[in-house]
Every structure is written in C-alpha cells, then in structure tokens.
Design a protein around this ligand. Structure first.
Ligand code: B16
Ligand code: MG
Length: 222
C-alpha cells in the first residue's frame, strides 16, 4: 500500500511488533507449538532472539537450537503450519492490545503533517493493523511482503521513506529490536528505541513506550 504521488517533508517509520502492538506473545506460542511438533523446545529468553526476525529465519534458528536440519519442503510446511496457528491467535486482537501511547502518538504526528509509514518484517501487518483499528492512520505500508532483505538490512526503511517522498535525513525510525536500530543507522536515519537502554544502546533516544515521548522531542533529532 504505497501512494507515489504523496510527498512529506518529514516521515516517521514505525515497526509493528513491540512498538505498536505486542504480537510477540502470539509468535512465541505458535512457534513453540510448531517446535514441539518436531521435538524441539525453547524458552522465553530464546524467543527474544526471534523478535524482528523474518518467519523463515526464525524457523531456521529454532531448528538450529534443536540440532535439526530441514529440507526446503519441510521449511515450507512448518512455516505454513506456524502461520496458521499464529493467524488463529491474532483473531483475538482488539484495540485494547495497542501498546501504551502508540495510537495517540501516531495520531498527533499525523495531525502535525508528518508522513506515517510502517516498516515491519511481518507478512501479516495489514490484518493486524485492521484488527486494532489503526490501518487508516498509515500513509504507506512496507512489510514482509515488500522486501527481499530483512533487518538489519535498511531496505524496509528506505522503501518507507521513498513511499512517503521524504529523505532519509528527515526520517525517524521507531523500533524495539537491535536489528531494526542497526537498519536505521545504515539508512542514515535517526532512531527512537522502544525498550530498555541495555538492549537498544545505539538508538538516539530510548523510551519504554510511545506514551513517553512527544512529537517535539522526536523532531528535535532532525
Ligand atoms: P510474520 P516486526 C516481526 O514483526 C516479528 O517481531 C517477528 O517475530 C516475526 O517473525 C516477523 O515479524 C515476521 O512475522 O510471520 O507475521 O510474517 O517487529 O518487524 O513488526
Ligand atoms: Mg519489532
């Protein structure tokens, strides 16, 4: 969903899982169910390493933890199976699952004339945004269906800025993963880390959620 006729002077690029909504808990349940099917188990701490990582890379990581090698047919089968279970779980999402301050912050940015884009690894981003009632706030959506390289490659954010018609220097990335902050840096974009300082130390500003930052403070980075 990109509109090439639009042009914003400044753009805010938002990751989805961990910034706008906590879908990580559903990814964990679905991946663990899938892993158990093939005799592997993993814990919540290991699940941290799957945040922001693509579906295929997540499966390969889990297989590696269990010392299993998978052929292409098995990879396709297990990715499909995990996604079916994940889709069942996200059926329960409602606007109450929006992370603190995310909707108010994005609405305020939009009202200030800033272009709003999604930059997510997920191929399920559109149904998730629909479920939480936030899809119409986005001027551009760049997700796992539009990129060939995953974060820390900057492709997802460069495409987002391009869709908004604004430069990398006038774009700010909002991210909860280390790979996403690294992608913003490689794209020459400022970044706001959503999480804790020990994990996201290289972000320009770090807050625990979007209720803790104002538009003015974010724009002061540019
Ligand atoms: P899907 P984000 C990422 O979302 C998740 O953090 C990650 O755990 C997941 O594997 C990835 O999306 C792909 O998701 O299976 O729905 O295509 O943080 O980039 O918004
Ligand atoms: Mg994320």
């Amino acid at each position: 969903m990109t509109n090439h006729t639009q042009s914003f002077e400044q753009g805010f690029l938002f990751d989805l899982d961990g910034v706008i909504v906590d879908t990580a808990k559903f990814h964990f349940v679905a991946w663990r169910r899938m892993a158990n099917e093939i005799g592997i188990d993993f814990n919540e701490e290991q699940n941290e390493q799957l945040k922001g990582v693509s579906r295929r890379e997540s499966l390969l990581k889990i297989a590696e933890w269990g010392g299993k090698s998978l052929d292409e047919d098995e990879i396709a089968k297990y990715m499909h199976l995990k996604n079916e279970w994940y889709l069942e779980l996200i059926e329960t999402l409602t606007p109450a699952d929006i992370l603190p301050g995310a909707d108010l912050f994005i609405k305020a940015a939009k009202a200030a004339g800033i272009g709003i884009a999604l930059g997510s690894a997920s191929k399920n981003a559109v149904p998730i945004l629909e479920r939480i009632g936030m899809l119409s706030l986005f001027d551009a959506i760049v997700d796992g269906n539009h990129v060939s390289k995953s974060k820390p490659d900057p492709e997802v954010f460069l495409k987002g800025a391009e869709a908004l018609g604004c430069s990398a220097q006038q774009s700010i990335v909002f991210e909860d993963s280390v790979a996403g902050i690294e992608a913003a840096k490689t794209a020459s974009m400022k970044s706001i880390g959503i999480g804790t300082e020990d994990v996201l130390k290289s972000a320009d500003i770090i807050v625990s959620d979007l209720s803790e930052i104002t538009i003015t403070k974010a724009l002061s980075l540019l």
